[in-house]
Design a protein around this ligand. Structure first.
Ligand SMILES: [Mg+2]
Ligand SMILES: [Zn+2]
Length: 196
């Protein structure tokens, strides 16, 4: 399972897509450690409900996630597959379907083209899903999420869960998110109700 990619059939119409980082946005990021097995996966308060609201508003949810623990030998592809299956099962129970998942499995020092802040994962997604970057959000908790999103021409939102509180200090003027929110919940409030 090098990559899960798109989970549903191809369409030529531009879709209303939202890109979301996984660890630290959807689930708790065990900072300084990894989500090594499915038991380490815990939804952040309010995240599942926020994803459900996005689906109700017809957003197709695409996960964009670095998982260097594979390349660096911390956990196995099989363990990541189980974690992914667990996440999808719990989301499904909560009425949330995911359109696609793109993981970078390379180690931190491999200098691959897909590890964020590089845009390889977004390029992979763009080959399989049609969307308009300028109208598409990317929500992340790290500077590298903002950098990848901006390099790809997306609208970036930053959340203070996960690494956000710490990484906020490292945001710079060149690559600054459109908005900063306490968590995915408030980011989704903004997306669904931009004027409020
Ligand atoms: Mg993250
Ligand atoms: Zn990679």
């Amino acid at each position: 399972m090098p990559n899960i990619g798109k989970l549903k059939s191809k369409s030529n119409k531009a879709e209303k897509i939202i890109f979301i980082d996984r660890d630290g946005v959807i689930n708790e990021d065990p900072i300084g450690d990894y989500v090594k097995q499915w038991r380490d996966f815990h939804f952040i308060d309010g995240a599942l409900e926020a994803l459900r609201r996005l689906r109700h508003a017809n957003f197709a949810i695409v996960v964009i996630s670095n998982q260097a623990g594979i390349g660096d030998g911390i956990f196995t592809k099989e363990a990541l597959k189980e974690t992914t299956e667990y996440m999808l099962k719990e989301l499904k129970k909560g009425g949330v379907e995911i359109r696609g998942i793109y993981y970078c499995l390379h180690g931190k020092e491999e200098n691959c083209e897909c590890r964020k802040p590089k845009t390889g994962l977004l390029e992979q997604a763009a080959r399989e899903i049609k969307f308009k970057p300028k109208e598409t959000f990317f929500i992340g908790d790290k500077v590298s999420d903002v950098q990848a999103g901006e390099r790809f021409g997306l609208r970036t939102l930053f959340v203070l869960t996960g690494h956000g509180e710490k990484d906020r200090m490292r945001l710079n003027d060149a690559e600054y998110p459109e908005r900063i929110f306490p968590s995915l919940k408030e980011a989704v409030d903004y997306i669904l109700n931009p004027k409020s």
